[in-house]
Ligand binder design. Structure first.
Ligand SMILES: N[C@@H](CCC(=O)N[C@@H](CS)C(=O)NCC(=O)O)C(=O)O
Length: 224
């Protein structure tokens, strides 16, 4: 069985999860691979404890263990999981479309998950009175200015970024999760808000929705 090491924590306002950890959780669910979660304490990650660095040389989550093998970085983990199991392939057959899926996945990682999303997401892990409201608004403004228009164009008439659900859509599941907690309104971008609704209706989203606690999702593992 695969063990996914990630950060998840229950708060009165919902369960908060590592956005990159969610990417790998979604792929484990989509591909119906047996797994268990081991929670890594956020403090151990921020302090870069030797135990964390021994598994992930940059001292981040997620990483997975599959027997003797340790794999870190959500993109690399997801490619590994996709190749490990033939069930529900998450990359297109066509070589050009496969490159496009990887490029869109990279756009989401660099343009959203490491850029605007943390401005909104990091403050949620602190008590309400300590949250940096200006930073949160800058993150939302960035999504509206750069990301939503890009997504409208990339989606066009399609349900998913490369037609069928693929690795390109996986980071956007984490965006849908953060925006569910935040309550940010994306309704002026109809294509984007319909897309987020479509992502949230996938059974794999049950493993990352803020409405399901850590205990709920431990129980859910691949029961969708
Ligand atoms: N490229 C990495 C990014 C991992 C990452 O930034 N993880 C965050 C949690 S979502 C983290 O561990 N941050 C702690 C830190 O950067 O010190 C991936 O895709 O897994």
């Amino acid at each position: 069985m695969i063990t996914l090491y990630t950060m998840e924590r229950d708060y009165p306002y919902g369960t908060l999860r590592s956005t990159n950890g969610c990417k790998s959780k979604v792929v484990l669910e989509e591909k119906s691979i047996d797994y268990q979660i081991v929670g890594v304490r956020p403090g151990d990650v921020w302090k870069k404890l030797p135990e964390v660095l021994a598994k992930h040389p940059l001292g981040k989550v997620p990483w997975i263990e599959d027997g003797e093998l340790t794999v870190y970085d959500s993109t690399v983990i997801n490619e590994y999981l996709n190749e490990k199991s033939d069930h529900a392939p998450l990359l297109p057959q066509d070589v050009a479309l496969r490159a496009k899926a990887r490029a869109l996945e990279n756009y989401a990682d660099e343009g959203v998950l490491s850029k605007f999303l943390p401005m909104i997401w990091m403050p949620w892990w602190a008590p309400e009175e300590q949250r940096d409201r200006d930073a949160m608004q800058k993150g939302r403004d960035g999504l509206v200015r750069e990301i939503f228009p890009f997504l409208e164009g990339a989606l066009g008439e399609q349900d998913y970024l490369c037609g069928e659900f693929s690795l390109a859509d996986v980071p956007m599941m984490s965006v849908a999760m953060v925006l569910e907690v935040d309550g940010m309104d994306s309704s002026s971008f109809t294509t984007v808000s319909d897309y987020f609704a479509r992502l949230r209706s996938r059974p794999s989203y049950q493993a990352i929705t803020p409405s399901n606690s850590c205990a709920d999702t431990a129980h859910l593992l691949n029961k969708n």
